[in-house]
Design a protein around this ligand. Structure first.
Ligand code: SF4
Length: 414
């Protein structure tokens, strides 16, 4: 499969015959290319950072083929053909929420509680115990915000999970939940994050970031933590020597410069702390939410966005695509546009993507399927743990017939 643009071809299987440096040099030799795009290509080739204005210029003027060459050059400089995934499951305590984000297809307000679920501590631990003996390395805990899930509750949950299974990495909650529960407990962010760490929290996922700029945030997610509060909580966590991820919800009512502003704030914080591992652009999906009138971005725009993220976020090690959100095929394509991580096996334990209209309505892949997905497009599949330590290099692994994954079904939502 080939993407053709007026100037460059990006081969999905990376078989252009030129190495990535030669591909960038070909761009630099192109006399038809604008001076601005030449300058950006020159910076990328020499490992220099691009500016805010150059980021906006890429969004406004760069075509997919050009972006793919630059992003793939950076991706292969950092990781070669390695493509990461992990074996994980989600634990979603509730989809009831005190907030009412316009883009959210997942949450139900408390007044609609018959349409949702709210798990007890015992039910959550039962889900964790379903994975006893399974080779998962991470539990990813995220959901709605409810008053009864407070500092004491989450501390007890993290501690109980670690006591039951010390080798399971607890990646949990976002600054949206932390801001809410710390405010309720009348403790500052530094104290709160220290308590969470002592309870067993090991890393923070990237959610809740949406778009930081208040011009957009106030329209789509006005009551929850601000962009600055989101950044402050991650900074406190990083000060404890801990790691986290970052996301950006794109493709709705934001302008290109809002995306660059968002990435700029993350890049600045990363310069100070170095605590982020992965940047995850999240595609806005328009099913079953209050923004269903807003069209979704095209696959071409999704790939351009991954590529620009890879070029702009020079101090982030990894760019991740959630295969469950963008489809398996787009996830494969994204591996040539800067992405080096396509997330986990999931085991049908999350409804966040399917309720927003993602193609994957029961997102689960066996390890064999994930590895094959990566190998089909000429990349090397590496199972990682949450902190990117290599668990298994699948380059030479031959699979025996796998036993069927044991699904733990979430409650049915009407
Ligand atoms: S995005 Fe999160 S905070 Fe906002 S309504 Fe949905 S679950 Fe609640």
């Amino acid at each position: 499969m080939i993407f053709k643009s007026p100037h460059y071809c990006i081969f999905v299987q990376n078989k252009s015959g030129m190495n990535t440096t030669e591909q960038v040099e070909k761009i630099l030799a192109d006399t038809n290319l604008s001076t601005e795009l030449q300058n950006i290509a020159h910076k990328v080739l020499h490992g220099e950072r691009i500016t805010f204005d150059e980021g906006v210029h890429l969004y406004e003027h760069a075509e997919l083929g050009y972006l793919g060459v630059l992003a793939n050059f950076i991706r292969e400089q950092k990781h070669g053909d390695k493509t990461y995934f992990n074996r994980n499951f989600h634990l979603e305590p509730t989809n009831l929420c005190v907030y009412d984000c316009k883009f959210c297809s997942y949450s139900r307000l408390i007044k609609q509680k018959e349409e949702g679920w709210a798990l007890t501590m015992e039910q959550m631990l039962d889900i964790v115990k379903k994975y006893d003996g399974e080779p998962v390395t991470e539990v990813h805990i995220v959901g709605g915000v409810l008053p009864q899930y407070d500092v004491a509750f989450y501390s007890a949950l993290f501690t109980a999970i670690k006591q039951h299974r010390p080798d399971l990495h607890v990646k949990a909650l976002t600054p949206v939940e932390y801001h809410y529960i710390f405010k309720k407990a009348k403790i500052d962010y530094a104290t709160g994050m220290r308590l969470m760490k002592e309870a067993g929290l090991e890393s923070i996922p990237g959610g809740g970031a949406e778009i930081f700029h208040p011009e957009i945030r106030e329209q789509i997610a006005k009551d929850k933590c601000t962009g600055q509060q989101w950044l402050d909580i991650h900074e406190e966590w990083h000060k404890l020597g801990m790691r986290s991820n970052a996301t950006m919800l794109y493709g709705h009512i934001e302008k290109y410069w809002h995306r660059v502003d968002h990435m700029e704030k993350l890049r600045e914080l990363q310069d100070r702390t170095g605590g982020f591992q992965t940047f995850i652009p999240l595609k806005f999906r328009n099913q079953h939410n209050q923004m269903s009138n807003v069209p979704e971005s095209s696959v071409i725009e999704d790939l351009r966005n991954y590529a620009i993220a890879r070029i702009y976020m020079d101090n982030f090690d990894h760019i991740k695509a959630y295969w469950a959100m963008i489809s398996r095929e787009t996830a494969q394509l994204s591996l040539n546009y800067g992405v080096d991580d396509i997330d986990g096996t999931l085991d049908d334990t999350t409804k966040i993507y399917s309720m927003a209209g993602a193609e994957e309505q029961t997102p689960a892949m066996s390890t064999k399927e994930l590895v094959n997905l990566i190998k089909q497009v000429g990349r090397k599949a590496i199972e990682r743990d949450t902190l990117y330590n290599v668990v298994t290099d699948f380059e030479h692994v031959i699979f025996e017939e796998e036993k069927k994954p044991q699904y733990y079904k979430l409650p049915v939502v009407n």
